[in-house]
Design a protein around this ligand. Sequence first.
Ligand SMILES: Nc1ncnc2c1ncn2[C@@H]1O[C@H](COP(=O)(O)OP(=O)(O)OP(=O)(O)O)[C@@H](O)[C@H]1O
Length: 526
Amino acid sequence: MMMMGETWSQLGSLIATAMFLWAMFDKYFPYQLRGPILTYSKKLASFVYPYIQIKFQEFTGEYLKRNEAYAAIETYLSNKSSAEARSLKAVVVRDSNQPVQLSMDENEEVTDEFEGIKVWWTAKSITPRTQSNPFYPETEEKRYYKLTFHKSHREILCGKYINHVLQEGKAITVRNRQRKLCINNPSQNWGGYKSRKWSHVTFEHPASFDTLAMESKKKEEIINDLIKFSQGKEYYAKIGKAWKRGYLLYGPPGTGKSSMIAAMANFMNYDIYDLELTTVKDNTELRRLLIETTSKSIIVIEDIDCSLDLTGQRKKKKEQVNDEEKKDPASKMAKGEEESNSKVTLSGLLNFIDGLWSACGGERIIVFTTNYVEKLDPALIRRGRMDKHIEMSYCGFEAFKVLAKNYLNIDSHPLFMTIGHLLEETNITPADVAENLMPKSLYDDAETCLKKLIEAIKTAKEEAIKKAEEEARLKAEKEEKEKQETTQEDVKVDESSAKEVKENGVEVVIEDKTLAKEINENGVTA
Ligand SMILES: Nc1ncnc2c1ncn2[C@@H]1O[C@H](COP(=O)(O)OP(=O)(O)OP(=O)(O)O)[C@@H](O)[C@H]1O
C-alpha cells in the first residue's frame, strides 16, 4: 500500500515537472530554435509510436458543408460496425431502401483489412469550447472518423485504400438508394419558389430480365451490352464521347417495351425519367429538363412517333425553308433563329442527345419506344444515336415458357407442345398470353389456364385468318376498281385518237373489238 502511494506521488511530481518544463519552453524558448526541436521530438514520438492517424470530419469549410467522405466512410463501415461494434447508432437515411443505417457509436473501434494490411477505424467526437462562427453557432459536437495504420504502409493506405473506401461507400449508397420514377411537369408549373421541373415517385416495378419473356439469346445480348456500358467510364473518356447509350425498342403494343425498360432500370439500379414530349413547350425547355436529369438514369420517350410529329416537322420545315430560301436567300439566317424558339423539333432533340450531354458527365441511357419503327426519321434512329435497336416481337415458344414459369410456376406440361405449334402459326402478344395464363379464381390450376390459352390462341388464329381474308377481298376489290378506272381512261384516250384518225383519213388496225365497233359506228374503217 505504501509502495503504491509512493509511486503515485512520484508520478504526480513527474507530471508536474513536465508541465513546468513545457510552460518554460513555451514562454522563454526562442521562437527560431523551436522548429528543429519540434521536428526531433516528433521523430522521437514516431519512433515510440509508429502509427499514422487520419481524421475525416463530418462537417468542413466555413459554411460547415457535410463532408462527402465522412458519409461514404459511415456507409462503408456500416456492415463492419454492425458485426463488430458493441455500441451502435441507427440513423434513417433519406431516399434509401434500407429502413435504417447502423453506424458505430462514439469511441467504438472496428478493424478492416486491405491487401493484407490491418487498419483501425474509430468514431470520435469533440465538443467545441469556442464559437468560431457567430452565424453558425457550434452547439453540437464535432464528429469524425479516425483511421489508424502503421507508418510503413503509408503510401498504399493514403492512396489506394482511402480511394477504395470512398468508392465502395458511394457504391453501397447507390445500391441502397430508393430509385425514382420522374415525370416532367408542364412548364407553367415551374414558376413558383418551390416549383420543380420533375415530380417523382418511388420506382418499385417488379420486372426483371428473369421475368421478361423473350428469347434467351437476345436477352443475354442486351444484358451484356448493359454491363459493358456500365463499366465503360474510362473507355468513353478515352474516345472522347459522352457516357451514354441509346436503345430503340420497337414492336406491336403489348410485346413488353415498358417491361423491358423497367427490367433495365432494375438491373442497372438507375432512376427513370419518363419524358412526355407533348407537354414540353420548346427546345429550350427540353434542354432544361434534360440537364436536370441525374447520372445513372434512363430517359424514356415512349411512342416517339406519336409524341410529336418529329418526322413531319422536320421534313415540312426543310421544304418550307428551301422554298423560302429560293425566293429570299436572306431569310435563311432569320429562319434558323426562329426555328430554335419554336416547338420541340427533331433537331433540338438530336442536338441534345449528341452534343450537350457530353458536358453533363455521368452515365445515362436514353430509350425511345415505338410501335411503328418504319414511321421514324432515319436521322433519329441512326446508329450512334440509338446504338441498339431491339425488336420486341410476338410471343414465341421460349417467351411462353418464361411466362408459364412466372404465372404458373411450371417448367413443362403435356400441353406445351400444342401451344408451341400454335404459337408458330399465330401472332399473339406476350401481354395476351400473360393475361390468359393468370389464374382468375382459386380453382384455376395450371391445366385450366393452359387450356384457356390454347382457346385464346385458336381464336386469335381464326380472327387473323378472317382478317387476312377480308384484307385480301378488299385488296381484290380495290384492284378491280382501279382496273376498271384504267380501262375507262384508256377508252377515252383511244376515242380521242380515233377521232384524230378519222379527221386525218388514215386507216389503222385496232385490236380492241369494242373500240373498233365504236370507231366503225363513227365511220372509220377498222
Ligand atoms: N415480353 C414480356 N415479358 C413479360 N411480360 C410481358 C411482356 N410483354 C408484355 N408483358 C405483360 O403485358 C403487360 C403489358 O406489357 P408492356 O406495357 O410492357 O407492353 P408494351 O409493349 O410497352 O405496350 P405498349 O406499346 O402498349 O405500351 C405487362 O404488364 C406484362 O405483364
